[in-house]
Design a protein around this ligand. Structure first.
Ligand SMILES: [Zn+2]
Length: 231
């Protein structure tokens, strides 16, 4: 998968797997599920990969934290990836849009569960215009396989209406939902956005190989939907 950096690496404020703390443990996680970038509130966010937008969480969603995010599906051979972008303020992307890497999907915001000086930013603060805690959570990358049928005990991508099923009738089974990161893996970037550099594409295939080796070790069924994972 071609995955481009949304912003310079100097703006990264949190890495994958960092902060093995109570906050993440409460969600059943070993730590942070992707990178955070802080280029500043309101800065336009580009798609980091080319793929169809299959779900959007916007201000009308029932999530009490008003988390706003964009989710796309990127196909690469037998593996598909959910690539998502969270804590957005404005959202320009549309469900069903075939998005190209580099197109603008929205702007950096502080919606959802974000922190400033160690304390959660409240809706009251947000509604009064506070930009505290603004950052991009993502691109968050979750490998999936396309399947025709769902099975009990497995996790599938969901959109705003429940299980996501594409126009061809496929569901998307999260390959290793029990990896401690709800199936997310470390994002690996090709280079700077708007370049065609192809360095650094090795990490994700390597992660997939590792994950595939553990596929037979799936266990318990879970109730939490995988599509809205973030902090
Ligand atoms: Zn984050």
């Amino acid at each position: 998968m071609e995955l481009y950096l949304p912003f310079p690496l100097q703006t990264v404020t949190q890495g994958f797997g960092e902060n093995d703390t109570e906050t993440y443990a409460r969600g059943g996680l070993k730590g942070h599920t992707t990178l955070d970038f802080d280029p500043g509130w309101g800065v336009p966010v580009p798609f980091c990969a080319t793929g169809r937008v299959y779900s959007i969480l916007n201000k009308d969603n029932p999530d009490p934290s008003r988390y706003r995010a964009v989710y796309q599906i990127v196909h690469d051979g037998d593996i598909s990836y959910e690539v998502s972008y969270g804590h957005l303020d404005q959202i320009l992307a549309k469900v069903g849009q075939m998005a190209q890497a580099g197109q603008i999907l929205g702007t950096v915001g502080n919606t959802g569960e974000v922190y400033h000086d160690g304390a959660p930013v409240t809706n009251v603060e947000r509604l009064s215009g506070s930009h505290a805690g603004a950052h991009l959570h993502g691109p968050q990358v979750r490998p999936c396989k396309r399947v025709r049928f769902t099975r009990p005990g497995k996790q599938y991508l969901q959109d705003g209406y429940g299980l996501y099923r594409d126009v061809a009738g496929n569901y998307y089974e999260v390959i290793d939902y029990d990896n401690g990161f709800n199936g997310c893996v470390t994002p690996s970037f090709n280079g700077r956005l708007a370049t065609s550099a192809k360095a650094a594409t090795e990490t994700i295939p390597a992660a997939i190989a590792q994950i595939s080796a553990t596929v037979s070790h799936y266990i318990a069924s879970r109730s939490a939907p995988p599509a809205s994972t973030a902090t």
